[in-house]
Design a protein around this ligand. Structure first.
Ligand SMILES: *[C@@H]1O[C@H](CO)[C@@H](O)[C@H](O)[C@H]1NC(C)=O
Ligand SMILES: *[C@@H]1O[C@H](CO)[C@@H](O)[C@H](O)[C@H]1NC(C)=O
Ligand SMILES: *[C@@H]1O[C@H](CO)[C@@H](O)[C@H](O)[C@H]1NC(C)=O
Ligand SMILES: *[C@@H]1O[C@H](CO)[C@@H](O)[C@H](O)[C@H]1NC(C)=O
Ligand SMILES: *[C@@H]1O[C@H](CO)[C@@H](O)[C@H](O)[C@H]1NC(C)=O
Ligand SMILES: *[C@@H]1O[C@H](CO)[C@@H](O)[C@H](O)[C@H]1NC(C)=O
Ligand SMILES: *[C@@H]1O[C@H](CO)[C@@H](O)[C@H](O)[C@H]1NC(C)=O
Ligand SMILES: *[C@@H]1O[C@H](CO)[C@@H](O)[C@H](O)[C@H]1NC(C)=O
Length: 635
């Protein structure tokens, strides 16, 4: 009897402890369970075993319960410092092996290695403290290896032996090591190599680049001063080259027969687009396939137009944050596919486009140039321009009619213009009909302190305008009628001196309105009712609102018909409180009774009483006298 009870108890106990691993189909998930080995009772067969983030130290057949039928094995984040010799040899189905973030440097230091890896195609050895030499024999005998990551180690040199044992490699990740040297021919026998990531290393110079089969090469964040391809002819497959964040003073010398599509040279020290060395090398600058070119954050002072002659496919050109004094396109065919040009934060003084040039250009970024004068009709030459970013310049807007001599830019009748940013231009005036016949959806006129807007400045935008930004303009009264802008949805009027709301009639379709930081005391109730139909978001903080004159607004907030994201800062002034009251704490009762302080009421009442008493007394004395007189007569 007792033994039976004990047995029952034991089985209950063992049932009470939860199974350590989760099993999903044929995947066994044992991550983060403080395990030193695989627990017993695993299903059969196993496709994937996740043993990551545990405490495995010594990886042996025993640790893996003598199982060999894995397809994928994840041992990331353990403390593995020793691997039984030939452990993976019999795992003929093992394709994916993750050994990242372990202590394999200990194993490598004692002369051990992970191989042979009979069938492994993807191996992750990142963050194992491996240094040069170790990786050489470590990979011996891994004939099926396709993907290899060695990132986050301390490798200083890639030698001819490094990848000897793994000739099927297609992708190698060596990001974040300290590679100073790559031996000649280190990658030569890797016939299938297509992607190589050497970013964040210490490479200073690439001479004789000759990896014809490579399609993606990442050399960003090194100290490269020079990039030269080998003089050999032949066809190169490279289509993406990242050389950003290096120290190049000259344009790289790329293979003549290239199909490069994406070239990133941002954050270097380019002073000109000249290639270093002899003039005949310049002839090799042919980029018929290039679609993306980034040369931002360099020191370019000028770029000759001819530089772009051989870039007929270019779609995105970023030359922002340089020292360009001018930019011009004087020939029709040049850059005819370009969609985006980013010239922001240069020191442009001249900018010119020939009629009908840049026919595909949709977005032009010119912010932060301090531009003062531009040809009046400059944007009419760009037949497809939709987006103009002109923040932080010093431009003036031309008056709606007639030809003007003054330096101004004409923004009317730009047939495709949808977004126009003119903030921080020191604009003094937006004249009438300034944007007529331009289908603007977004207009940003913020940060032009003292801006005067003509009553008809936005006419012509009735159907198109959706976003209007008038932030920080020190406007005290908006005399432009916004209610005629039927498509308007988003309005920013924050940080001005507005004392009253702009009026909106019943047809308002405003969805978000920002009135933060103005001088609003009382909100016109009818306008609020008109807005409420469509309004979803309202910013109202930092206004000297009166509590009792805005009960309509209060109701709106309390019904939560409208979201007020800055509700914490929406306060109002109430006669009974010396400090502003949060709008959520205001009740209707607080506002009942006369709108005068109590002591005033008391004084008035006392005075009235006094007056009544005096009158009564006067009347009585007058009455008495009359009576007396009558009596005296009658006597
Ligand atoms: C691992 O488990 C511990 C305790 O069970 C938990 O605090 C921790 O967040 C887990 N870590 C991860 C990465 O899941
Ligand atoms: C690892 O395990 C093997 C086999 O069980 C054993 O021979 C070896 O001594 C162990 N190594 C360490 C460092 O614990
Ligand atoms: C190798 O890496 C590529 C790209 O990350 C991936 O698509 C492919 O599935 C990987 N191959 C294996 C066997 O993991
Ligand atoms: C670039 O090359 C042109 C023409 O060969 C030359 O006139 C110019 O001085 C060079 N610029 C620099 C910065 O070397
Ligand atoms: C340059 O501009 C392009 C296109 O707008 C963008 O994709 C890229 O990130 C920019 N470069 C930098 C360094 O920001
Ligand atoms: C223009 O280039 C700068 C980098 O110089 C980048 O930060 C910005 O995002 C670019 N603008 C666009 C719209 O790509
Ligand atoms: C602006 O350009 C349009 C189209 O060329 C023209 O009709 C209009 O008169 C111009 N406005 C001014 C003020 O020059
Ligand atoms: C804003 O406008 C007021 C007058 O309405 C003026 O006194 C004040 O100086 C202006 N502030 C700025 C920064 O322009």
């Amino acid at each position: 009897m007792t033994s039976l009870a004990l047995l029952l108890l034991l089985s209950l106990c063992s049932e009470a402890t939860p199974p350590p691993c989760r099993v999903v189909h044929q995947d066994v998930l044992c991550s983060n369970l403080s395990l030193r080995a695989v627990p017993a009772d695993l299903p059969d067969p196993i496709h994937m075993l996740d043993l990551s983030r545990n405490q495995v130290e010594n990886l042996t057949q025993e640790t893996l319960l003598y199982r060999t039928d894995f397809y994928q094995l994840n041992l990331h984040g353990n403390r593995i410092h020793s691997i039984q010799l030939g452990l993976f040899k019999d795992m003929t189905q093992l394709k994916v092996l993750d050994l990242s973030r372990n202590r394999l440097n200990v194993l490598a230091h004692s002369g051990g290695n992970v191989g042979p890896l009979t069938s492994v195609e993807s191996l992750d050895l990142s963050n194992n403290g491996l240094y040069t030499g170790m990786s050489d024999y470590f990979l011996a005998d891994s004939p099926s290896l396709v993907n290899l990551s060695l990132s986050g180690n301390s490798i200083t040199k890639i030698s001819q032996r490094t990848f000897r044992g793994s000739s099927s490699l297609r992708r190698i990740n060596l990001h974040n090591n300290v590679i100073l040297e790559i031996e000649d021919g280190a990658f030569d026998f890797l016939d299938h190599l297509t992607e190589l990531d050497l970013s964040k290393n210490s490479i200073s110079c690439i001479t004789d680049f000759n990896l014809h089969g490579l399609t993606v090469l990442d050399l960003s964040r090194n100290s490269i001063e020079l990039f030269h391809s080998a003089h050999t002819g032949g066809f190169y497959r490279l289509h993406r080259l990242d050389l950003s964040q290096n120290k190049m003073a000259h344009f790289p010398l790329l293979p003549v027969n290239n199909i490069l599509e994406h070239l990133d040279l941002s954050r270097n020290q380019l002073q000109s687009v000249n290639v270093s060395g002899s003039p005949e090398k310049k002839a090799s600058l042919i980029f018929n396939h290039l679609r993306f070119l980034d040369m931002s954050y360099n020191q370019l002072r000028s770029i000759p137009e001819c530089f772009f002659y051989c870039m007929a496919s270019l779609e995105v050109l970023n030359i922002s944050h340089n020292c360009l004094g001018g930019f011009s396109v004087s020939q029709e065919g040049v850059l005819h596919r370009v969609k985006i040009i980013n010239l922001s934060f240069n020191t442009l003084q001249t900018l010119s486009f020939k009629d009908n040039s840049l026919q595909s250009l949709e977005k032009l970024f010119l912010q932060g140039n301090g531009l003062t004068t531009l040809d009046q009709q400059i944007f009419h030459r760009l037949s497809n321009i939709r987006f103009l970013q002109l923040q932080k310049n010093r431009l003036e807007i031309c008056e709606g009619k007639g030809t003007e001599s003054g330096a101004c830019v004409n923004f009317s009748s730009v047939p495709n213009l949808e977004c126009l940013y003119l903030s921080e231009n020191n604009l003094r005036k937006v004249p009438s009909n300034a944007f007529v016949n331009s289908p603007l959806k977004l207009l940003d006129l913020s940060l032009n302190s003292g801006l005067e807007m003509d009553e008809d400045s936005l006419s012509g935008l009735e159907r198109s305008l959706v976003h209007l930004r008038l932030r920080e303009n020190n406007i005290s009264h908006l005399n432009t009628d916004l209610s005629s802008l039927r498509s308007l949805r988003h309005v920013d009027l924050s940080t001005n001196q507005l004392r009253s709301l702009p009026t909106w009639n019943q047809e308002s379709s405003i969805e978000s309105l920002n009135l933060q930081n103005n001088n609003l005391v009382a909100l016109d109730y009818r306008t609020m009712v008109a807005l409420e139909r469509s309004l979803k978001t309202l910013y109202m903080g930092s206004n000297p609102l009166s509590c009792c004159r805005n009960l309509g607004f209060l109701h709106m907030v309390q019904r939560s018909a409208v979201v007020v994201p800055d509700i914490e800062t929406v306060t109002c002034v109430h006669r009974d409180h010396s400090e502003p009251v949060n709008i959520e704490k205001v009740t209707e009762e607080m506002c009942q009774g006369p709108d005068v302080p109590r002591y005033m009421v008391i004084i008035v009442v006392v005075m009235l009483l006094c007056a009544v008493v005096t009158i009564v007394l006067l009347v009585r004395t007058w009455h008495l006298r009359k009576l007396k007189r009558r009596r005296s007569f009658s006597v």
